[in-house]
Design a protein around this ligand. Structure first.
Ligand code: ASP
Length: 411
């Protein structure tokens, strides 16, 4: 209904945007206390803390394996469909990288006025991003990290607290009970969020379509980059409808369709908010309450996955970068494709679970294969839409992970 409303009456959609923003604020309000309560009580529930190693290694294995599969799907598809070939045919010539840089730099608009200036000013190398991710694991002030909605440092703290409490025996019992109760209370608040979700989701979609000028504004945007958008969406569809369900069936021994139906509220929220972090409360709710995932698995796998495991983002970054190369008539050889594969994976890990974070970390991938960063301008118009699609796949990937890892932990 939100899509119809915002698509046909953009003005009405814009008026409703306020309601959608309220929904996002409500979700973000729950995120931090939820992560702490879910992680501390989940880890403390493990009983024997040495189990944490096994849970951690399985989770990491799943994250790395599925992200790699997603990137490979993206690369194969974009090389096969060649959505950027039209750009090459249009210019009827192949150009070198420096010519491509010049051509794009030939833009007469002053650099700081160009829409992509914020990306070109990003000077981070792969080493910087690695340092940032690893350095970001340890907060200097846990309250500051919470206030800034930084998930990774809060996860580190909660993990340590949960592990420490479970090792303190009798002395830690009261605190563990406290976090268990807090977790239960947070789940009650999320129930409330579930009730208002249909309205919130509808308002967000109506508002965004309203901003795009309704269907008549959105359609030309989509058509202009139609082949590229179709490649990204096709890749996301293969990963989420074929690869992940197969893994869930094989390793999680669960019915993928039932599992997906029960995860649907979280997936719709991901699509409407374009943020894995804001969706986290519903992801946890669907996993625990509807799909019967144990609290210890959900409390560990889902918060961590919301920032680290982004299959959709990784796939999209690989497709976008190769598309930009194709548009500039630059052929990437196998060694460069390998670099795209590795950096796209890393860039997805480094992306925060907030709207359009992937677009920013893509600079890293472009720089790694020496492509003009301003090529991002080519895909900017449609990114808000693809962001929603990839966020949905990111959340689906986390949920499937919880389903697979929960069985493994139990088994
Ligand atoms: N918006 C995505 C997410 O929250 C990240 C991205 O921009 O790819 O999962």
């Amino acid at each position: 209904m939100g899509a119809l409303l915002g698509g046909l009456w953009p003005e009405a959609g814009l008026t409703l945007k306020f309601v959608g923003d309220l929904f996002i604020r409500f979700l973000m309000m729950i995120v931090m206390p939820l992560i702490i309560a879910a992680m501390v009580s989940g880890i403390a529930r493990l009983g024997d803390i040495s189990q944490l190693g096994s849970l951690g290694s399985r989770t990491l294995g799943y994250y790395i394996g599925t992200t790699a599969l997603a990137v490979i799907t993206g690369i194969v598809l974009v090389l096969w469909i060649q959505p950027g070939k039209a750009g090459l045919e249009h210019s009827k010539e192949s150009i070198t990288r420096s010519e491509a840089h010049d051509r794009i730099d030939g833009n007469t608009m002053p650099l700081d006025k160009r829409p992509v200036a914020r990306f070109t000013q990003e000077k981070r190398s792969i080493g910087d991003v690695l340092k940032e991710v690893i350095g970001g694991l340890v907060p200097s002030n846990i309250f500051k990290a919470m206030a800034n909605n930084e998930i990774l440092p809060v996860i580190t703290f909660s993990l340590l607290l949960g592990a420490a409490l479970s090792m303190t025996g009798e002395a830690g019992r009261t605190a563990i009970l406290f976090f268990n109760s807090l977790n239960e209370a947070m789940m009650k608040i999320i129930h409330l969020a579930m009730y208002v979700a249909p309205v919130g989701i509808g308002a967000l979609i109506a508002g965004r379509l309203g901003e795009a000028g309704g269907f008549s504004g959105f359609w030309p945007e989509l058509q202009q980059l139609g082949k590229y958008a179709a490649t990204v969406i096709g890749g996301l569809a293969i990963h989420s409808l074929v690869t992940l369900p197969l893994l869930l069936k094989l390793f999680g021994k669960r019915s993928p369709s039932g599992y997906a139906i029960r995860t649907f509220p979280a997936l719709l929220t991901a699509f409407s908010t374009a943020s894995s972090t804001a969706t986290l409360p519903l992801t946890i709710e669907c996993a625990e309450e509807k799909n019967g995932i144990s609290k210890r698995t959900a409390g560990f796998v889902l918060p961590l996955g919301a920032t680290v495991n982004m299959d959709g983002t990784a796939l999209y970054e690989a497709v976008a970068v190769i598309f930009i190369a194709q548009m500039n008539g630059i052929a990437l050889g196998p060694p460069e494709l390998l670099v795209v594969f590795l950096t796209a994976t890393l860039a997805a890990v480094g992306a925060a679970g907030i709207p359009e974070a992937g677009l920013v970390t893509m600079v890293l991938v472009l720089k790694a294969v020496n492509l003009p960063v301003e090529g991002i301008a080519l895909i900017l118009a449609i990114d808000w839409f693809l962001d929603r699609c990839r966020t949905t796949v990111n959340v689906w990937g986390d949920s499937v992970g919880a389903g697979i890892i929960d069985r493994k932990v139990k088994g």
